[in-house]
Design a protein around this ligand. Structure first.
Ligand code: SAM
Length: 311
């Protein structure tokens, strides 16, 4: 399979995920992926009374695709899926299809759900607009679901690699080395010695917060220059960075089967991980070059000059 473009550490392919899974290339990387990180496409949900066909078809497709992807994972590898909330078209009510997707993956695959996360984007524009800014009968929908799966109950992971800076109040407590005596309001007692030790940062919670504002300028400029639309649903780069650092090491192999603007590949490259990106819409891939340093260099890569990240 010829690469659409290649960098030092990875290759992007203009092909559908299903087709990729059937390819020789997929056979070569079977059991070798350390991380699959992706935000899959999601259908527009119509009202129930028109039948639930879209939901049923989607569930069957996504579970089949995830089954195929899971076979590519190393035994201690991880699959992380980001999925937004879904609203019924033309109605101020929500669809449970994202939640059904989670349950269906649990029912129909051998993957373990290692942990659920919420990704809050405080910079998200108020929406769905009709219900939030026009009729004012709902509040802003500003989080996505992030599900971390693995074939193993104990995949490779270290929260030491994603420590967050201590909050000023915690820094003060650590300097003072004292806390009000007695149990906490929750009834727990805090072991003073361990509580006041500086461990290099705070252990992150499973509610993450990232805005999708970084990188915009260079990427948008590149898209404009090449007359392609910027991707409408890019992931926050901080989210990808968090999971790549948490679940992989330098040199590991990361795949995004629904790459879009290839936020995953560009972040993997920055963090010195090998990567593979799969995207079926060609203009998105052309635009995605703008996420890398010196994209003109990628344009001049002859087609087929794959660096074979799987080797
Ligand atoms: C939610 S977007 C991903 C955005 C991406 N995470 C980013 O940061 O730009 C989903 C992408 O999947 C692509 N897609 C949809 N069906 C696909 C398929 N069967 N195979 C490969 N890509 C597909 C869409 O074109 C879209 O770009």
């Amino acid at each position: 399979m010829d690469a659409y473009y290649s960098t030092q550490l990875g290759s992007a392919y203009n092909v559908a995920a299903e087709e990729f899974l059937e390819s020789q290339h997929a056979a070569q990387i079977k059991g070798k992926l350390d991380l699959i990180f992706t935000s899959p496409p999601f259908p527009l949900i119509a009202k129930k009374k028109y039948g639930n066909q879209i939901g049923e078809e989607y569930l069957a497709w996504i579970v089949e695709t995830i089954k195929g992807l899971a076979e590519l994972l190393a035994e201690d590898g991880s699959l992380v899926i980001e999925i937004g909330n879904a609203w019924i078209k033309g109605s101020p009510v929500m669809s449970t299809l994202p939640l059904e997707t989670l349950l269906e993956i649990q029912k129909k695959t051998d993957l373990h759900l290692c942990q659920q996360f919420i990704c809050h984007n405080p910079a998200r524009l108020p929406g769905p607009a009709q219900w939030v800014t026009i009729e004012r009968i709902r509040v802003k929908d500003s989080f996505t679901h992030v599900w971390w799966f693995s074939p193993s109950e104990r995949p490779k992971a270290s929260n030491r690699k994603v420590l967050q800076p201590y909050k000023p109040a915690m820094r003060k407590l650590m300097a003072r080395k004292s806390y009000n005596a007695g149990p906490r309001p929750s009834g727990h007692s805090i072991s003073e010695d361990s509580f006041f030790t500086d461990n290099g940062g705070a252990i992150p919670p499973n509610v993450l917060e990232f805005s999708n504002t970084a990188w915009k300028a260079a990427y948008k400029k590149w898209c404009k220059r090449h007359n392609v639309p910027p991707h409408p649903a890019r992931m926050p780069q901080g989210l990808v960075e968090f999971f790549i650092k948490f679940l992989t090491e330098e040199g590991d192999l990361v795949l995004d089967p629904f790459a879009g603007s290839n936020t995953t590949g560009a972040t993997a490259e920055k963090l010195n991980r090998r990567w593979i990106g799969i995207e079926k819409i060609e203009p998105y891939l052309l635009g995605s070059m703008g996420q890398f340093d010196d994209p003109d260099r990628l344009l001049s890569n002859p087609p087929g000059a794959s660096n074979d990240a799987a080797e």
